[in-house]
Design a protein around this ligand. Structure first.
Ligand SMILES: [Zn+2]
Length: 345
Protein backbone atom coordinates (compact mmCIF):
# COMPACT_ATOMS: atom_id res chain seq x y z
CA UNK A 1 0.00 0.00 0.00
CA UNK A 2 2.77 2.41 1.00
CA UNK A 3 4.68 1.55 -2.14
CA UNK A 4 1.67 2.67 -4.26
CA UNK A 5 1.02 5.77 -2.17
CA UNK A 6 4.59 7.00 -1.65
CA UNK A 7 5.20 8.65 -5.07
CA UNK A 8 1.85 10.37 -4.73
CA UNK A 9 2.66 11.66 -1.25
CA UNK A 10 6.07 12.90 -2.43
CA UNK A 11 4.46 14.64 -5.43
CA UNK A 12 1.85 16.26 -3.20
CA UNK A 13 4.56 17.60 -0.87
CA UNK A 14 6.69 18.90 -3.75
CA UNK A 15 3.65 20.66 -5.23
CA UNK A 16 2.70 22.14 -1.87
CA UNK A 17 6.12 23.74 -1.41
CA UNK A 18 6.28 25.01 -5.00
CA UNK A 19 9.19 22.77 -5.97
CA UNK A 20 7.66 21.14 -9.05
CA UNK A 21 9.14 23.52 -11.68
CA UNK A 22 12.63 22.77 -10.33
CA UNK A 23 11.89 19.02 -10.08
CA UNK A 24 10.69 18.97 -13.70
CA UNK A 25 13.87 20.72 -14.84
CA UNK A 26 15.98 18.02 -13.22
CA UNK A 27 13.87 14.87 -13.71
CA UNK A 28 11.38 15.85 -16.38
CA UNK A 29 13.44 15.19 -19.48
CA UNK A 30 12.98 16.96 -22.78
CA UNK A 31 9.43 15.93 -23.51
CA UNK A 32 6.55 13.56 -23.11
CA UNK A 33 4.79 11.00 -25.19
CA UNK A 34 1.36 10.35 -23.72
CA UNK A 35 -0.40 7.02 -24.29
CA UNK A 36 -4.15 6.63 -24.61
CA UNK A 37 -6.40 3.80 -25.68
CA UNK A 38 -10.17 4.16 -25.57
CA UNK A 39 -11.95 7.50 -25.12
CA UNK A 40 -15.57 7.25 -24.07
CA UNK A 41 -18.29 9.26 -22.37
CA UNK A 42 -19.15 6.55 -19.87
CA UNK A 43 -16.20 4.42 -18.71
CA UNK A 44 -18.39 2.84 -16.00
CA UNK A 45 -20.30 0.99 -18.73
CA UNK A 46 -17.06 -0.78 -19.73
CA UNK A 47 -15.65 -1.64 -16.30
CA UNK A 48 -14.00 1.74 -15.90
CA UNK A 49 -11.81 1.42 -18.97
CA UNK A 50 -11.23 4.41 -21.21
CA UNK A 51 -10.59 8.10 -20.74
CA UNK A 52 -13.64 10.42 -20.77
CA UNK A 53 -13.43 13.29 -23.32
CA UNK A 54 -13.60 15.86 -20.52
CA UNK A 55 -10.56 14.27 -18.82
CA UNK A 56 -8.70 14.41 -22.15
CA UNK A 57 -9.64 18.09 -22.47
CA UNK A 58 -8.50 18.74 -18.88
CA UNK A 59 -5.16 16.99 -19.53
CA UNK A 60 -4.53 19.11 -22.64
CA UNK A 61 -5.39 22.35 -20.86
CA UNK A 62 -3.24 21.39 -17.84
CA UNK A 63 -0.19 20.49 -19.95
CA UNK A 64 -0.50 23.68 -21.99
CA UNK A 65 -0.86 25.81 -18.84
CA UNK A 66 2.25 24.13 -17.39
CA UNK A 67 4.29 25.04 -20.48
CA UNK A 68 4.30 21.92 -22.66
CA UNK A 69 4.02 22.40 -26.41
CA UNK A 70 1.95 19.88 -28.38
CA UNK A 71 3.73 18.38 -31.38
CA UNK A 72 3.27 15.54 -33.89
CA UNK A 73 5.47 12.42 -33.67
CA UNK A 74 7.43 13.76 -36.69
CA UNK A 75 8.29 16.88 -34.71
CA UNK A 76 8.91 14.87 -31.52
CA UNK A 77 11.41 12.74 -33.48
CA UNK A 78 13.16 15.86 -34.76
CA UNK A 79 13.38 17.28 -31.23
CA UNK A 80 14.64 14.00 -29.73
CA UNK A 81 17.24 13.74 -32.50
CA UNK A 82 18.33 17.30 -31.68
CA UNK A 83 19.05 16.03 -28.18
CA UNK A 84 16.76 18.23 -26.14
CA UNK A 85 19.02 21.20 -26.72
CA UNK A 86 16.37 23.41 -28.31
CA UNK A 87 14.99 25.97 -25.92
CA UNK A 88 17.79 25.34 -23.43
CA UNK A 89 17.53 23.57 -20.12
CA UNK A 90 14.25 25.20 -19.14
CA UNK A 91 12.38 25.21 -22.40
CA UNK A 92 11.54 23.23 -25.48
CA UNK A 93 9.46 20.68 -23.61
CA UNK A 94 7.25 18.90 -26.08
CA UNK A 95 4.32 16.56 -25.68
CA UNK A 96 2.98 14.17 -28.33
CA UNK A 97 -0.37 12.41 -27.87
CA UNK A 98 -0.58 8.81 -29.06
CA UNK A 99 -3.59 6.48 -29.26
CA UNK A 100 -3.09 2.73 -29.59
CA UNK A 101 -5.00 0.04 -31.47
CA UNK A 102 -7.18 2.02 -33.93
CA UNK A 103 -10.27 2.30 -31.77
CA UNK A 104 -13.16 3.97 -33.60
CA UNK A 105 -13.57 6.29 -30.63
CA UNK A 106 -10.15 7.83 -31.33
CA UNK A 107 -11.91 9.36 -34.36
CA UNK A 108 -15.38 9.93 -32.91
CA UNK A 109 -14.57 10.95 -29.31
CA UNK A 110 -10.91 12.07 -29.11
CA UNK A 111 -10.54 13.90 -32.43
CA UNK A 112 -13.30 16.49 -31.73
CA UNK A 113 -11.52 17.40 -28.45
CA UNK A 114 -8.14 17.63 -30.21
CA UNK A 115 -9.65 19.72 -33.02
CA UNK A 116 -10.99 22.19 -30.47
CA UNK A 117 -7.53 22.53 -28.93
CA UNK A 118 -5.61 22.13 -32.23
CA UNK A 119 -3.54 19.24 -30.89
CA UNK A 120 -2.02 16.64 -33.24
CA UNK A 121 -2.28 12.91 -32.55
CA UNK A 122 -0.69 9.66 -33.69
CA UNK A 123 -2.83 6.53 -33.88
CA UNK A 124 -1.03 3.16 -33.95
CA UNK A 125 -3.03 0.53 -35.86
CA UNK A 126 -2.55 -3.25 -36.08
CA UNK A 127 -3.58 -4.76 -39.43
CA UNK A 128 -5.93 -7.31 -37.90
CA UNK A 129 -8.00 -4.67 -36.07
CA UNK A 130 -8.92 -3.21 -39.43
CA UNK A 131 -9.45 -6.51 -41.27
CA UNK A 132 -11.40 -7.94 -38.31
CA UNK A 133 -9.10 -10.91 -37.67
CA UNK A 134 -7.56 -9.69 -34.41
CA UNK A 135 -7.50 -12.00 -31.44
CA UNK A 136 -8.56 -9.12 -29.15
CA UNK A 137 -8.42 -11.21 -25.99
CA UNK A 138 -8.56 -8.17 -23.68
CA UNK A 139 -11.87 -7.04 -25.16
CA UNK A 140 -13.10 -10.64 -25.06
CA UNK A 141 -12.29 -10.85 -21.35
CA UNK A 142 -14.03 -7.56 -20.64
CA UNK A 143 -17.15 -8.70 -22.51
CA UNK A 144 -17.03 -12.01 -20.64
CA UNK A 145 -16.99 -10.38 -17.20
CA UNK A 146 -19.54 -7.73 -18.23
CA UNK A 147 -22.06 -10.32 -19.41
CA UNK A 148 -21.65 -12.99 -16.72
CA UNK A 149 -21.77 -12.92 -12.94
CA UNK A 150 -19.99 -16.27 -12.56
CA UNK A 151 -17.02 -16.92 -14.84
CA UNK A 152 -14.74 -19.92 -14.99
CA UNK A 153 -11.39 -19.47 -16.69
CA UNK A 154 -10.19 -23.02 -17.34
CA UNK A 155 -6.60 -22.04 -18.11
CA UNK A 156 -6.18 -20.54 -14.64
CA UNK A 157 -8.31 -23.14 -12.90
CA UNK A 158 -10.17 -20.14 -11.48
CA UNK A 159 -13.83 -19.43 -10.88
CA UNK A 160 -14.89 -15.83 -10.35
CA UNK A 161 -18.11 -14.83 -8.65
CA UNK A 162 -18.57 -11.25 -9.72
CA UNK A 163 -22.13 -9.99 -9.43
CA UNK A 164 -21.10 -6.31 -9.17
CA UNK A 165 -18.87 -3.92 -11.11
CA UNK A 166 -16.13 -3.79 -8.46
CA UNK A 167 -15.69 -7.57 -8.43
CA UNK A 168 -15.89 -7.72 -12.23
CA UNK A 169 -13.08 -5.14 -12.45
CA UNK A 170 -10.96 -7.08 -9.96
CA UNK A 171 -11.46 -10.36 -11.83
CA UNK A 172 -10.70 -8.72 -15.18
CA UNK A 173 -7.55 -7.18 -13.76
CA UNK A 174 -6.38 -10.50 -12.29
CA UNK A 175 -6.79 -12.47 -15.53
CA UNK A 176 -5.27 -9.61 -17.55
CA UNK A 177 -2.17 -9.58 -15.36
CA UNK A 178 -1.89 -13.35 -15.66
CA UNK A 179 -1.57 -12.87 -19.45
CA UNK A 180 0.85 -9.95 -19.07
CA UNK A 181 3.19 -12.20 -17.07
CA UNK A 182 3.59 -14.41 -20.16
CA UNK A 183 2.01 -13.21 -23.40
CA UNK A 184 1.90 -16.76 -24.81
CA UNK A 185 -0.90 -17.43 -22.33
CA UNK A 186 -3.38 -15.33 -24.28
CA UNK A 187 -4.19 -18.29 -26.54
CA UNK A 188 -5.17 -20.32 -23.49
CA UNK A 189 -8.24 -18.09 -23.05
CA UNK A 190 -9.69 -19.41 -26.30
CA UNK A 191 -11.73 -22.27 -24.71
CA UNK A 192 -13.33 -19.82 -22.26
CA UNK A 193 -14.34 -17.49 -25.10
CA UNK A 194 -15.81 -20.43 -27.01
CA UNK A 195 -17.65 -21.75 -23.96
CA UNK A 196 -19.28 -18.40 -23.16
CA UNK A 197 -19.98 -17.54 -26.80
CA UNK A 198 -17.71 -14.49 -26.94
CA UNK A 199 -17.26 -13.52 -30.61
CA UNK A 200 -13.98 -11.66 -31.05
CA UNK A 201 -14.72 -10.78 -34.70
CA UNK A 202 -17.88 -9.05 -33.47
CA UNK A 203 -15.84 -7.09 -30.93
CA UNK A 204 -13.43 -6.03 -33.71
CA UNK A 205 -16.43 -4.71 -35.65
CA UNK A 206 -17.81 -2.92 -32.64
CA UNK A 207 -14.65 -1.20 -31.42
CA UNK A 208 -12.18 -0.70 -34.26
CA UNK A 209 -12.04 1.53 -37.34
CA UNK A 210 -12.86 -0.04 -40.70
CA UNK A 211 -10.52 0.39 -43.68
CA UNK A 212 -12.74 3.14 -45.11
CA UNK A 213 -12.88 4.94 -41.74
CA UNK A 214 -9.13 4.66 -41.28
CA UNK A 215 -8.51 6.13 -44.76
CA UNK A 216 -10.78 9.05 -43.95
CA UNK A 217 -9.26 9.53 -40.48
CA UNK A 218 -5.71 9.48 -41.88
CA UNK A 219 -6.49 12.39 -44.22
CA UNK A 220 -7.23 14.70 -41.26
CA UNK A 221 -4.43 17.30 -40.92
CA UNK A 222 -4.00 16.60 -37.17
CA UNK A 223 -3.70 12.82 -37.64
CA UNK A 224 -0.63 10.62 -38.15
CA UNK A 225 -1.10 6.87 -38.55
CA UNK A 226 1.56 4.55 -37.14
CA UNK A 227 2.19 0.80 -37.13
CA UNK A 228 1.34 -1.60 -34.30
CA UNK A 229 2.22 -5.05 -35.82
CA UNK A 230 -0.02 -7.28 -37.89
CA UNK A 231 -1.71 -9.19 -35.07
CA UNK A 232 -1.04 -6.99 -32.01
CA UNK A 233 1.83 -9.29 -31.09
CA UNK A 234 4.15 -9.17 -28.10
CA UNK A 235 7.05 -9.45 -30.54
CA UNK A 236 9.70 -10.34 -27.94
CA UNK A 237 8.11 -13.78 -27.43
CA UNK A 238 8.34 -14.55 -31.17
CA UNK A 239 11.21 -16.01 -33.20
CA UNK A 240 13.16 -13.27 -34.96
CA UNK A 241 11.70 -13.98 -38.42
CA UNK A 242 8.14 -13.91 -37.13
CA UNK A 243 8.77 -10.73 -35.15
CA UNK A 244 10.31 -9.04 -38.20
CA UNK A 245 7.28 -10.08 -40.30
CA UNK A 246 4.80 -8.73 -37.74
CA UNK A 247 6.53 -5.34 -37.74
CA UNK A 248 7.32 -4.98 -41.46
CA UNK A 249 4.15 -6.44 -43.00
CA UNK A 250 1.91 -4.18 -40.92
CA UNK A 251 3.86 -1.18 -42.25
CA UNK A 252 3.44 -2.37 -45.84
CA UNK A 253 -0.28 -2.97 -45.27
CA UNK A 254 -0.85 0.52 -43.83
CA UNK A 255 1.24 2.24 -46.51
CA UNK A 256 -0.71 0.46 -49.27
CA UNK A 257 -4.04 1.22 -47.63
CA UNK A 258 -3.27 4.89 -46.99
CA UNK A 259 -1.01 5.48 -49.99
CA UNK A 260 1.35 7.38 -47.70
CA UNK A 261 4.54 6.70 -45.74
CA UNK A 262 4.08 5.23 -42.23
CA UNK A 263 7.06 6.22 -40.13
CA UNK A 264 6.17 5.67 -36.50
CA UNK A 265 5.56 2.47 -34.59
CA UNK A 266 4.32 1.37 -31.17
CA UNK A 267 5.18 -2.00 -29.64
CA UNK A 268 1.98 -3.75 -28.52
CA UNK A 269 1.96 -4.05 -24.71
CA UNK A 270 5.29 -2.22 -24.81
CA UNK A 271 6.81 -3.56 -21.57
CA UNK A 272 10.19 -5.32 -21.31
CA UNK A 273 8.53 -8.76 -21.71
CA UNK A 274 6.91 -7.61 -24.96
CA UNK A 275 9.80 -5.76 -26.66
CA UNK A 276 13.54 -5.36 -26.31
CA UNK A 277 16.70 -4.32 -28.13
CA UNK A 278 16.32 -7.00 -30.84
CA UNK A 279 12.84 -5.72 -31.61
CA UNK A 280 13.97 -2.09 -31.58
CA UNK A 281 16.50 -3.04 -34.28
CA UNK A 282 13.76 -4.81 -36.26
CA UNK A 283 11.58 -1.69 -36.15
CA UNK A 284 14.47 0.38 -37.50
CA UNK A 285 15.14 -2.25 -40.18
CA UNK A 286 11.47 -2.16 -41.25
CA UNK A 287 11.94 1.53 -42.10
CA UNK A 288 10.31 3.17 -39.10
CA UNK A 289 11.86 6.36 -37.73
CA UNK A 290 10.61 6.00 -34.14
CA UNK A 291 9.16 3.28 -31.93
CA UNK A 292 7.44 3.80 -28.60
CA UNK A 293 7.21 1.36 -25.70
CA UNK A 294 5.20 1.68 -22.48
CA UNK A 295 8.07 2.18 -20.06
CA UNK A 296 6.70 4.92 -17.83
CA UNK A 297 8.22 8.39 -17.74
CA UNK A 298 9.31 11.41 -19.76
CA UNK A 299 11.79 11.23 -22.66
CA UNK A 300 15.23 11.64 -21.13
CA UNK A 301 17.71 14.29 -22.29
CA UNK A 302 20.53 11.75 -22.01
CA UNK A 303 20.72 9.50 -25.08
CA UNK A 304 17.06 8.60 -25.46
CA UNK A 305 16.51 5.39 -27.44
CA UNK A 306 14.64 6.40 -30.61
CA UNK A 307 13.20 2.88 -30.97
CA UNK A 308 12.22 2.26 -27.34
CA UNK A 309 10.84 5.65 -26.36
CA UNK A 310 9.03 5.76 -23.00
CA UNK A 311 5.42 6.86 -22.67
CA UNK A 312 3.32 8.24 -19.86
CA UNK A 313 -0.19 6.84 -19.51
CA UNK A 314 -2.95 9.45 -19.74
CA UNK A 315 -5.05 9.86 -16.60
CA UNK A 316 -8.45 8.14 -16.65
CA UNK A 317 -9.83 10.75 -14.27
CA UNK A 318 -8.99 14.36 -13.48
CA UNK A 319 -6.03 13.95 -11.16
CA UNK A 320 -3.46 16.79 -11.10
CA UNK A 321 -1.28 15.17 -8.41
CA UNK A 322 -1.00 11.73 -10.01
CA UNK A 323 -0.48 13.09 -13.51
CA UNK A 324 2.07 15.67 -12.35
CA UNK A 325 3.95 12.86 -10.58
CA UNK A 326 4.16 10.94 -13.86
CA UNK A 327 5.02 13.76 -16.27
CA UNK A 328 7.58 15.32 -13.93
CA UNK A 329 9.52 12.05 -13.63
CA UNK A 330 8.90 11.76 -9.86
CA UNK A 331 7.11 8.39 -10.23
CA UNK A 332 9.72 7.02 -12.63
CA UNK A 333 12.72 8.07 -10.55
CA UNK A 334 11.00 7.04 -7.32
CA UNK A 335 10.42 3.55 -8.72
CA UNK A 336 14.05 3.33 -9.97
CA UNK A 337 15.36 4.45 -6.59
CA UNK A 338 13.10 2.08 -4.65
CA UNK A 339 14.20 -0.81 -6.90
CA UNK A 340 17.85 0.02 -6.26
CA UNK A 341 17.22 0.16 -2.52
CA UNK A 342 15.38 -3.17 -2.72
CA UNK A 343 12.10 -1.68 -1.51
CA UNK A 344 10.21 -2.78 -4.61
CA UNK A 345 10.68 -5.56 -7.09
ZN1 LIG B 1 -2.08 -2.04 -28.48
Amino acid sequence: MLKEQLPRIVTRLLRACGAMPAVRRVLGGQGLIVMLHEVREDPAAELQQGCPPETLAWMIAWLRAEGWEFVSMDEARRLVAAGGTEGGEDGGRFVALTFDDGFRDTMTQALPVLERHQVPLTCYVPTTAVNREMYCWWLGLRALFLRHDVVEIEALGARYECPDAARKRRALSEVTWWVHEDYRRKQQLQPSFARYGICLAGLNDRYFLTEAELRRFARHPLVTIGGHTTSHAAVAVLEEGAAAGEIAENRIYLQNLLDAPVEHFAFPYGDPLACGERDAALAALAGYRTAVATVDGPVSRQNPHMFLLPRVAAPIEIDPVGFDGRVSGVYRHGADLARRLGVMR
